[in-house]
Design a protein around this ligand. Structure first.
Ligand SMILES: Cc1ncc(COP(=O)(O)O)c(C=O)c1O
Length: 404
């Protein structure tokens, strides 16, 4: 009998399973509203033109080679990534109070944050928002945190933020609890705090001496402006909070499979940086040892060149604007069809997703009858909607809501 007999299956990873079923489906009308990736109005993945341009520059540069990068990654990428998060005028950067590390996507960034806080600060308790990207709990559990608990975030009654619940749960947390927050485009509820609400949240984080880990995966894709979307990061920095930023470059650069992220750790005291770096290097050495070049070179080329940077910002805006247009078109159609319920949240929610409020039988009906794939909890990726399929999807949602 094999050593590996009887392992059983791990739980299905829903978005990848949806993808697999979507590709196997032969219906010409099929629509994949599941996976969180940008699509253009033809429903195709979009390689940003500025990314193409930077790739050509990288590939034609004969001075580059394939030697190992330093363990912490490409310096010109790490610095530019951190500047993107904290702003070019950041006092934290000027005072050398931030350690930046190139990671394997946003996922690697979160994992490194979890490992560092657990192994080196011996933290064991993390709070995640109730309803969130499932990997938040997965990563911290896999890292060995014994307490992975939830703070209130979503109010199903108002289909909005449960600010009172959130603040109360943070108030009740013990000192040095790790708190994962979404910088913008909260993935699953598509609902972000307003600047005023962020001020209240940051004040409690500071007063209760909690340790925020800011998941920054969708910068620019909410407002179309990368600075505006970074508001909570800059607020935390200006309030003197010690915190971590787990950045992903998958969505806003369309570099999904290049696996590019950055972990920025902000300290009150620049004299701690060298020891922090040394400890992080040892953790990384045991996991991925050194990060890959390509994505980092491309992003560094763009972020460090004034005109390419402007082109990238314009292309981020194109993506954000297309998402907003699709929200408007879907909302108009549901209102015109008189689909039962209040669909205003389709317009007011932010980022790539709409948390529709559809029930599980309604979701199943959309898939079985209309070949429309979406997560069980009724979250849809607005980018997968196009001017060509929005009528079809709206009618299908209408029928699902009225019959199921
Ligand atoms: C909230 C959130 N955090 C992190 C990630 C991970 O991003 P990456 O693909 O860069 O690992 C995702 C990806 O969907 C996400 O939605």
């Amino acid at each position: 009998m094999s050593l590996f007999q009887g392992l059983g299956f791990a739980p299905v990873i829903e978005v990848f399973d949806l993808n697999r079923r979507f590709y196997a489906d032969e219906s010409p009308e099929k629509v994949n509203l599941g996976l969180g990736a940008y699509r253009n109005d033809d429903g195709e993945p979009w390689v940003l033109p500025v990314v193409h341009k930077a790739e050509e520059l990288v590939v034609s540069n004969r001075t580059l080679n394939h030697e190992y990068l330093p363990i912490c990654g490409l310096p010109e990428f790490r610095q530019a990534a951190t500047r993107l998060a904290l702003g070019s005028e950041s006092v934290v950067i000027k005072e050398n109070r931030v350690l930046s590390i190139q990671t394997i996507g946003g996922t690697g960034s979160l994992r490194l944050a979890a490992e560092f806080l657990k192994q080196k600060l011996h933290l064991d308790t993390v709070l995640i928002s109730s309803l969130t990207w499932d990997n938040h709990s997965g990563i911290f559990k896999a890292t060995g945190y014994s307490q992975v608990n939830e703070y209130r975030y979503w109010n199903p009654g108002t289909k909005g933020l449960d600010l009172d619940g959130l603040l109360a749960d943070l108030q009740n947390a013990t000192e040095k609890t790790v708190v994962i927050l979404h910088t913008c485009a909260h993935n699953t509820t598509a609902t972000d705090p307003s600047p005023q609400q962020w001020k209240q949240i940051v004040s409690v984080l500071k007063e209760r001496k909690l340790i925020p880990v800011m998941d920054c995966t969708y910068q620019g894709l909410v407002s179309g402006d990368v600075d505006e979307d970074a508001y909570p990061l800059r607020l935390l920095a200006s309030e003197g909070v010690e915190f971590l930023i787990a950045q992903s470059f998958s969505k806003n650069f369309g570099l999904y499979n290049e696996r590019l992220g950055n972990l920025a750790i902000i300290t009150k005291d620049s004299s701690t940086i060298d020891e922090m770096r040394s400890q992080c290097e040892m953790i990384i050495r045991r996991i991925w040892s050194n990060p890959p070049h390509h994505g980092a070179r491309v992003v560094a080329t763009i972020l460090n060149d004034k005109s390419l940077y402007q082109e990238w910002k314009d292309q981020v805006k194109i993506m954000a604007d297309r998402i907003k247009l699709m929200r408007k078109m879907l909302h108009e159609r549901l209102v015109n069809l008189k689909t039962p319920g209040d669909w205003n949240h389709v317009l007011t929610q932010t980022g790539m997703f709409v948390y529709t409020g559809m029930t599980s039988p309604q979701v199943k009906y959309l898939t079985s009858k209309f070949h429309i794939y979406l997560t069980k909890m009724g979250r849809i990726n607005m980018c997968a909607m196009t001017t060509k399929n929005v009528d079809y999807v709206s009618k299908a949602i209408h029928e699902a809501v009225t019959t199921q």
